[in-house]
Design a protein around this ligand. Structure first.
Ligand code: NOJ
Length: 553
């Protein structure tokens, strides 16, 4: 079994990571050229987002051929070289398997469109109701989740874009096709897989309208999902590899089942509840201040319950679908450096496997786009229209996109203070934030106190410390909703982590917590000044805005 408990994973969004041929688009050559940088971070695995043949309507999450490399990113030979070169450095690749749907350009869908019954059964085609779609379910990218095909007189299901048709996993032939894809990349030498929205693969037997929501309750963690995952893992022999499932709107009970080792499903899960605490009324497109009480309760419950059941969490704040956390829960101006470090230590000292999303280790911020013409993402462009139609002004709409668009996490990796942040010699496919002049690898390499160096330290700590990698976890009372604390324990050793999500200075007077902090030794602090304050601590612990501290006993 691969050790994923002492490990840290680095996520590469290929299109924005590094461009080796000057066409403005990141590519495999770019990744290969940056392997030494990744090695220097100390990370163990790289999850690279899909680079397979695709019309790129959803930047590669619309796969047209799982065995071919999109020429925009390189060749199959380069992919093989990349896997080998990384392995030689002790880094394993995790490839991204988009198995809930294919592009409508996939040969299977094209045959289905021509009315071939064998291939129509690879997808979910249904009759409409009086000229209307089969159900009222909504696509996650806006609009109804069914598309009509006049030549067939039928509708097909697409939970995402209409060019991403959902596969019919109840068809054993589809399951065999997916196993073959896994076998192919396993033989190529990858160390693991990330499975895209894999908890949506099992659809209900009967399709009915949802009068309470958008339809997700009928297909999320569907009735055969665990069985299908077990079959996939068993028949492809990947139980010993590192696997992570992306779980959309999942439940704790299901994530326990997905990751309990004896069930033979996955190593770990991504869940997203903690990234919805700033959605007003659960709506991504309505802004609200983060609900810190919920944040604390969500982490507390998931961490403690997963531990009790021997499940395993993937730990993360950022990915290519999320705004940058330093802009979201930290402060990307005054307290930029300290808040980025606080957020990093909060996640990296927990129980689970941390994921660093490219640029997070630099404290990269949201894009700062001010015009709809700067956005590229299909979801953002759809929602710009939807929000305007709903009556929001252009200014209000841009404010929402500025906080919520997936493009915030997709701007080019900032390598240097120079032109295009050193990402490309050509015009990048999406704009580069102005702050690349000081937020970039080159500058942060030179600064011993940089966010980059802090991440290196966190990655190394997890490798060295069984307490961090394997210890128990318990959330503590702080007597202050804006300050979240937890404790890791192992063999009589205790690590107490206290993080302030407040933009003000906060005092913590809870006597039990203060005693624990006072009696320990400073282990890590988000700010050099915190260390000095700690030394002077008497009755109360005082934390500066967005500061964090960890103390060992
Ligand atoms: C989740 C991926 O992370 C996201 O980028 C994509 O749009 C959807 N799944 C659909 O594949």
């Amino acid at each position: 079994m691969r050790d994923f408990k002492h490990s840290t994973v680095y996520q590469i969004y290929i299109k924005s990571f590094c461009d080796s041929n000057g066409d403005g688009i990141g590519d495999l050559g770019g990744i290969r050229s940056r392997l030494p940088y990744l090695k220097s971070l100390g990370i163990d695995y790289i999850w690279v987002t899909p680079f397979f043949r695709s019309p790129m309507n959803d930047n590669g999450y619309d796969v047209a051929d799982y065995y071919e490399v999109n020429p925009m990113f390189g060749t199959l030979e380069e992919a093989m070289d990349m896997i080998r070169e990384a392995r030689e450095m002790g880094i394993g690749f995790m490839f991204d398997m988009v198995f809930n749907h294919t592009s409508t350009e996939h040969a299977w869908f094209q045959k289905a469109l021509r009315g071939d019954p064998e291939y129509m059964d690879y997808y979910i085609f249904r009759d409409g109701k009086d000229g209307q779609p089969p159900t009222n379910w909504e696509s996650k990218f806006g609009g109804n989740a069914w598309e009509y095909v006049p030549s067939l007189g039928k509708w097909y299901l697409h939970l995402f874009d209409r060019t991403q048709a959902d596969l019919n996993w109840d068809n054993p032939k589809v399951r065999e096709e997916m196993k073959n894809v896994i076998r192919f990349w396993k033989d190529a030498g990858v160390c693991g897989f990330r499975f895209d929205v894999v908890n949506l693969i099992s659809k209900p037997d009967i399709f009915e309208d949802d009068h309470e929501g958008d339809g997700r309750r009928f297909y999320t963690d569907g009735h055969h999902v665990h069985e299908y995952l077990q079959e996939l893992v068993r028949d492809t022999g990947i139980a010993e590899m590192v696997t992570v499932g992306e779980m959309s709107s999942t439940s704790l009970e299901n994530c326990i089942r997905y990751t309990m080792p004896e069930r033979g499903e996955l190593s770990m899960c991504f869940s997203f509840h903690h990234l919805k605490v700033d959605y007003a009324g659960g709506n991504k497109w309505a802004l609200a201040e983060p609900d810190l009480k919920s944040l604390r309760n969500l982490f507390g419950t998931w961490q403690e319950e997963m531990m009790k059941a021997e499940g395993w969490n993937a730990l993360f704040w950022c990915n290519h679908d999320q705004p940058r956390v330093v802009s979201r829960l930290g402060d990307d101006q005054l307290y930029w450096k300290r808040s980025a470090k606080m957020l990093a230590m909060f996640i990296h000292l927990m129980r689970g496997t941390p994921y660093i999303y490219q640029g997070e280790e630099l404290g990269m911020t949201n894009a700062g786009f001010t015009d709809i013409g700067q956005y590229r993402d299909v979801e953002s462009i759809n929602y710009h229209r939807i929000l305007r139609e709903a009556g929001l002004s252009e200014e209000e709409t841009l404010q929402v996109l500025g906080a919520r668009s997936r493009d915030n996490g997709r701007t080019p990796m900032q390598w240097t203070p120079g032109e295009n942040a050193g990402f490309s010699a050509g015009e990048p496919w999406i704009g580069v934030p102005e702050n690349h002049t000081f937020i970039n690898v080159e500058s942060e390499e030179k600064d011993p106190d940089s966010i980059l160096q802090f991440y290196r330290k966190l990655v190394a700590l997890r490798k060295e410390s069984d307490l961090i990698a394997l210890g128990g976890i318990r959330f503590l009372e702080t007597g202050n909703e804006r300050v979240i604390a937890y404790e890791r324990t192992m063999d009589g050793k205790i690590l107490t982590v206290v993080c302030s999500f407040s933009k003000e200075r906060e005092e913590i007077s809870d006597p039990v917590l203060c005693e624990r902090i006072r009696d320990g030794k400073l282990f890590l602090a988000a700010d050099a000044d915190t260390a000095a304050q700690y030394a002077e601590m008497n009755e109360k612990l005082v934390l500066a805005a967005l500061d964090g501290i960890a103390v060992a006993r």
